[in-house]
Write a protein that binds this ligand. Structure first.
Ligand SMILES: NC(=O)c1ccc[n+]([C@@H]2O[C@H](COP(=O)([O-])OP(=O)(O)OC[C@H]3O[C@@H](n4cnc5c(N)ncnc54)[C@H](O)[C@@H]3O)[C@@H](O)[C@H]2O)c1
Length: 268
């Protein structure tokens, strides 16, 4: 049976868990899935602005919105996510692993030269950016299997695919930590591994965004744009289209794939 595009896009009433929901990309994704009339479970770190964001969302939308504080460095916190969802929705349709330590995270021994990157922070980044996604998928498999069209979306990065050109960071305070790239590369392989293991009930894909504009220093932005065929940095909303595609029936025969959303950065 051929579905109409409108029908393929229909995810009204689906339950959607978004990690790092109060972050920049997390907020854009949350607004998009609220517009699509999903039941939302917003997850973020206890020190984040999650409650403020949830209140802002509730002013605009009347969806069922729940929020859960969770430190993704804590397996005990991660173990509480499943029971929390089960209590409220009894099923999980869409899981977006979006939370991460990012280049601008304020961590010791992180966005600095190779010599100064710390092993402790490397380990923490692998925990948050990679091992947490593994645990969330593992522990919520049964809830996802209850869905008629479960979709997992892992948010990677172009730096999980390409090596960095450190010259674009010269004379700025920005840098590109090895653990960020390595954790995101691992997430892409986790996507492929899970896609075959969880098929046919659950689809698993990833999105690898390129650099998003956040008032970075002018010289950095200029160098970044020079390397980007579409001649601009990304915005949070550039990520939304790929997430909607991967979560709806528009992509019902797509699994184990990675959508690169980078203005063509990797095409040269
Ligand atoms: N910003 C970019 O240029 C860019 C580029 C490529 C990929 N991405 C990816 O997009 C995703 C979102 O990034 P963003 O730019 O919105 O960053 P952000 O820092 O605004 O958001 C990250 C979120 O993760 C949460 N988080 C961090 N550590 C956590 C922990 N231990 N427990 C629970 N939550 C935790 C933060 O509280 C925050 O809400 C990330 O996976 C990132 O790697 C971003």
């Amino acid at each position: 049976m051929t579905l109409k595009v409108e029908e393929m896009l229909d995810i009204k009433g689906k339950t959607c868990l978004i990690t790092g929901a109060s972050g920049h990309v997390g907020q854009a994704l949350t607004f998009a899935f609220a517009e699509m009339d999903c039941n939302l479970i917003l997850l973020d770190h206890p020190n984040s602005d999650l409650i403020k964001f949830k209140n802002k969302l509730n002013e605009k939308f009347k969806n069922k919105v729940s929020s859960i504080f969770c430190d993704l460095e804590s397996p005990e916190d991660i173990a509480k996510i499943g029971p929390f969802i089960e209590d409220r929705f009894n099923c999980l349709d869409i899981l977006i692993n979006n939370a991460a330590f990012v280049g601008s995270s304020n961590l010791d021994g992180w966005a600095t030269s190779l010599e100064n990157q710390s092993l402790d922070t490397w380990r923490r980044a692998i925990e948050v950016n990679l091992s947490a996604s593994f645990q969330i998928i593992q522990k919520n498999k049964k809830l996802l299997e209850k869905s008629s069209n479960a979709s997992i979306i892992n948010v990677g990065s172009i730096y999980g695919i390409y090596g960095p050109d450190l010259s674009i960071y010269e004379n700025t305070k920005l840098n590109n930590p090895a653990a960020y790239s390595v954790s995101k590369a691992g997430l892409l392989q986790l996507t492929r591994w899970m896609s075959t293991v969880l098929a046919p009930k659950i689809r698993v894909n990833s999105i690898s965004p390129g650099g998003i504009f956040r008032d970075q220093p002018e010289e950095f932005v200029k160098r970044y744009i020079e390397k980007t065929p579409l001649k601009r940095m990304g915005s949070e909303s550039d990520i939304v289209g790929a997430a909607i595609y991967l979560s709806t029936n528009l992509s019902s025969w797509v699994t184990g794939q990675n959508i690169i959303v980078d203005g063509g950065w990797g095409v040269w």
